[in-house]
Design a protein around this ligand. Structure first.
Ligand SMILES: *[C@@H]1O[C@H](CO)[C@@H](O)[C@H](O)[C@H]1NC(C)=O
Ligand SMILES: *[C@@H]1O[C@H](CO)[C@@H](O)[C@H](O)[C@H]1NC(C)=O
Ligand SMILES: *[C@@H]1O[C@H](CO)[C@@H](O)[C@H](O)[C@H]1NC(C)=O
Ligand SMILES: *[C@@H]1O[C@H](CO)[C@@H](O)[C@H](O)[C@H]1NC(C)=O
Length: 352
């Protein structure tokens, strides 16, 4: 009996500890604690009437009322993105065969730009239990796993956004089906043997080959680990249209205000030809009178114009002519807190 107890107590302590100090793969907040989702808005260097550092950012998750200025900068791993990615870098998860990781970016670090892939940026990391999907707008990011967390200097000039959502394993099977349409450029990837039966398409994509498509676009509902609903809209390059006007506004039946990076002479004007409209945002005002022109914002997001519709999407594509021929997508949320945060920063848009 005595032996039984003395063996048993350490086991119970171990079990308790592993529940409290969870090693579950997850999005992490600014304190390094697991969160269901977070969003960051990296501020541009050039604001109206002010030149900033280019590395400051605002943070949002379900525990805060609105955008919080971070006390960290995006080029250190102390903030939410760094703490989330350090599960791969410092945790060396990239050496493990019990989890999957996949970094993708049409403009990867160092390597040459190759045409033909989707205009999409992000990473997946999960095990058989759960993990996260981080999608963002930052070229040349994230750095190779063995390099540790680094933020590219090219990502400092313009505004950028990132959305991280924690999902159970089963949701990654759906996310991978979306990836087939996106056809991302995966530059660092590992799908260990234990995942191949479930995720043959991800393994194929990682090798650079393209699984066949049933259609030219696809929408899928996703539920985060806490049950928050998201809708993933993805199009392949075969759906030749502006994703905002030609599809998402009509599919969601809402007028959209779109913030995207538009180069002069290449931009699509605000469009009110179809039943639901897509209009270009020109100026953003974040809390604390942080005012900047869309010209210096490389992020890609949209909100419903009408407050009652409460739609916010973050994604991959600009309202730009050439991007009609690119794969890419949007992750849409119906969360009132996310909607308020984005809708209230729209300072000026071009109606039609
Ligand atoms: C982060 O970027 C700022 C502004 O460019 C720079 O002053 C600082 O040294 C950088 N920090 C790191 C750790 O790279
Ligand atoms: C995973 O790695 C461990 C330790 O290196 C090894 O013993 C095991 O056989 C590997 N499993 C698979 C499925 O490759
Ligand atoms: C990531 O990709 C780069 C470029 O191909 C390569 O040099 C590096 O070794 C890869 N890292 C890992 C961990 O596979
Ligand atoms: C508005 O967008 C639709 C769908 O992309 C397109 O067919 C139409 O030509 C556009 N209208 C104008 C005036 O650009």
């Amino acid at each position: 009996m005595d032996t039984y107890i003395s063996l048993c107590v350490p086991i119970i302590v171990m079990l308790l500890c592993s529940t409290v100090f969870s090693t579950d793969i997850s999005c992490k907040n600014e304190a390094g604690e697991p969160v269901d989702w977070f969003i960051i808005y990296k501020l541009p260097r050039y604001k109206i009437g002010e030149v900033g550092s280019g590395v400051d950012y605002m943070y949002l998750d379900s525990s805060v009322e609105s955008w919080q200025m971070s006390k960290f900068t995006v080029n250190t791993s102390q903030g939410a993105i760094g703490k989330t990615l350090n599960q791969i870098y410092i945790g060396e998860a990239y050496k493990s065969n019990s989890s999957v990781y996949a970094f993708y970016n049409d403009a990867p670090p160092i390597l040459e730009y190759i045409k033909g892939y989707g205009h999409t940026k992000g990473l997946l990391h999960f095990d058989h239990s759960q993990g996260f999907w981080l999608s963002h707008s930052i070229p040349h990011f994230p750095s190779f796993p063995e390099k540790g967390y680094r933020y590219p200097s090219s990502g400092k000039v313009n505004g950028q956004t990132a959305l991280c959502v924690t999902y159970q394993y089963a949701q990654f099977l759906r996310i991978v089906e979306q990836m087939v349409y996106l056809f991302p450029r995966f530059y660092n990837c590992s799908v260990p043997g234990g995942f191949l039966a479930d995720l043959p398409q991800l393994a194929q994509l990682c090798e650079g080959s393209k699984p066949p498509l049933a259609s030219d676009k696809r929408v899928e509902q996703l539920f985060s680990i806490q049950g928050e609903k998201f809708a993933s809209f993805v199009k392949s390059e075969r759906f030749v249209d502006d994703i905002y006007t030609g599809w998402v506004a009509q599919a969601l039946d809402v007028d959209l205000l779109v913030e995207s990076w538009q180069r002069e002479g290449h931009e699509l004007p605000s469009n009110c030809s179809l039943p639901k409209h897509a209009m270009n945002i020109k100026r953003i005002r974040l809390p604390g009178s942080i005012l900047f022109q869309s010209h210096y914002d490389h992020s890609k997001w949209c909100v419903s114009r009408a407050y009652e519709d409460q739609v916010t999407c973050l994604g991959d594509l600009n309202r730009e002519r050439a991007q009609m021929w690119r794969g890419g997508g949007l992750v849409c949320s119906f969360n009132p807190l996310i909607y308020k945060a984005f809708r209230q920063v729209v300072d000026w848009y071009i109606g039609c």
